[in-house]
Design a protein around this ligand. Structure first.
Ligand code: AMP
Length: 418
């Protein structure tokens, strides 16, 4: 079922959203992007004449704690949604049941933080540090058992289930995945945001328009290896950039000065080069760097070839030669996936390469390419440089997107689709 097709008139929908927004010390929301991202879904349900029961987590509580209460965001959710949203002080139990049952068409109820219950994540809490393996196993079994009851209680509040929380789609939690089993296929669906994320991922993982270029940056090869492995079976061009480049040059016997390097991953770097060759993938590493004599924005700078960085100097960003090469490859692409900066983009003097990549992707997108940007720092980069609306899609899910491009089927997606 799709949300577009579904008529919510007279129905109560349990909508799992990701309202895990940042709050300041006075509980003011400092960035409401996640709330606004769920509005199309919530508004469609209300406009159809349905009612919504909104479930979310906030932070990582290990017990009931006021600072993680969703009550802090209630007024802002009401304002964004344009209706007076009611609140249940507990996501399950008599109050939630009564308030959900009393909802009339067009009304909304926000439930208290789902993670106030260990059952949401299905992980035991409060175990003594010196607990034995048997005790740990017993606690795990107990919480898995009570998780079923908890999930059933959440499901019983509503007639249908809508998952619009892509940010937690890689977790098999009660409200993000397990709950879907209590609704038949005609009564469970993705929300609009989740649907857009799923389509964007499909365009880079399945329905690929070629040439397909992936740009993977960041600090460590080791943390991106599963993604790199998966992409080597899919892409035409793989640009590996950021600090991980230096591990590749070190593996070839180059002098990388004091640049970041994973000394124990030299073999891995050689294996990636060999695998790219075997798969016919054009592996693009940067050839030159902007280097600095200290890890600081105001350090002395120079340029060097990546196999000849002087001792005491650090590769901080790609150099002009690499910027040109990357731009040529990117602009000739029809599908582009970008995760991770080309350098220490947080420092203005080493942000040029990352900005140039964003620019090239924007240009390729304007010429008809599909571009997906996601995963932490690259999202921060497109926002910082003002390119967010010049790429096809900026993912809202960090960890979830990375797991999806590792080729994993995310539990939150599988629960609806399978
Ligand atoms: P990751 O969290 O693995 O995606 O890596 C992102 C981080 O890598 C950013 O904070 C960048 O500052 C950092 N980074 C990128 N290039 C370099 C570099 N050449 N040297 C040190 N850190 C870098």
């Amino acid at each position: 079922m799709t949300i577009e097709q579904f008529n919510f008139s007279g129905k109560k929908a349990f909508v799992r959203v990701d309202f895990n927004v940042p709050l300041d010390a006075d509980f003011n929301i400092t960035d409401d992007t996640r709330i606004r991202a769920a509005l199309p879904t919530l508004k469609k349900i209300l406009a159809d004449g349905g009612s919504v029961i909104i479930g979310s987590h906030l932070g990582r509580p290990k017990k009931v704690e006021d600072k993680f209460s969703l009550r802090h965001i209630l007024a802002h959710v009401s304002e964004c949604l344009g209706v007076e949203v009611q609140f249940a002080n507990d996501c399950v139990g008599a109050e939630a049941v009564e308030k959900a049952a009393a909802l009339k068409p067009g009304e909304a109820l926000l439930l208290e933080n789902l993670r106030f219950y260990a059952e949401e994540e299905g992980k035991p809490r409060g175990l003594a540090e010196d607990a034995s393996d048997e005790e740990k196993a017993a606690a795990k079994k107990a919480v898995k058992e009570s998780q079923k009851e908890f999930t059933k209680k959440l499901a019983s509040l509503a007639d249908c289930y809508v998952n619009d929380a892509f940010g937690t789609a890689h977790r098999a939690h009660a409200s993000t995945a397990l709950i879907a089993a209590y609704f038949d296929k005609d009564n469970k669906m993705f929300g609009y945001l989740m649907g857009k994320e799923v389509n964007a991922v499909a365009k880079v993982m399945q329905d690929i328009n070629r040439p397909f270029t992936a740009i993977m940056g960041g600090s460590k090869v080791s943390s991106k290896i599963d993604i790199i492995e998966n992409l080597l079976g899919k892409v035409d061009n793989l640009i590996l950039t950021g600090a991980m480049t230096y591990t590749f040059f070190k593996a070839e016997g180059g002098n990388i000065g004091n640049s970041l390097c994973e000394e124990d991953k030299l073999d891995l770097a050689r294996e990636i080069v060999a695998k790219a060759k075997a798969n016919g993938v054009n592996l693009v590493l940067s050839s030159d760097s902007k280097i600095a004599d200290a890890f600081a924005n105001d350090a002395k700078t120079d340029y060097a070839q990546n196999d000849n960085i002087p001792t005491g100097w650090i590769g901080m960003d790609i150099g002009p030669e690499s910027i040109k090469t990357y731009a040529e490859v990117i602009k000739a692409s029809k599908t582009i996936l970008w995760n991770g900066p080309t350098g220490v983009f947080e420092m203005d003097n080493f942000s040029e390469g990352t900005r140039a990549v964003a620019e090239a992707i924007a240009e390729a997108t304007a010429a008809g390419a599909f571009s997906l940007v996601g995963g932490g720092d690259s999202v921060a980069a497109v926002n910082k440089f003002g390119f967010a609306d010049k790429v096809s899609y900026v993912s809202t899910g960090g960890g979830a997107l990375l797991e999806a491009i590792e080729g994993k089927k995310l539990p939150g997606i599988a629960a609806i689709e399978d």
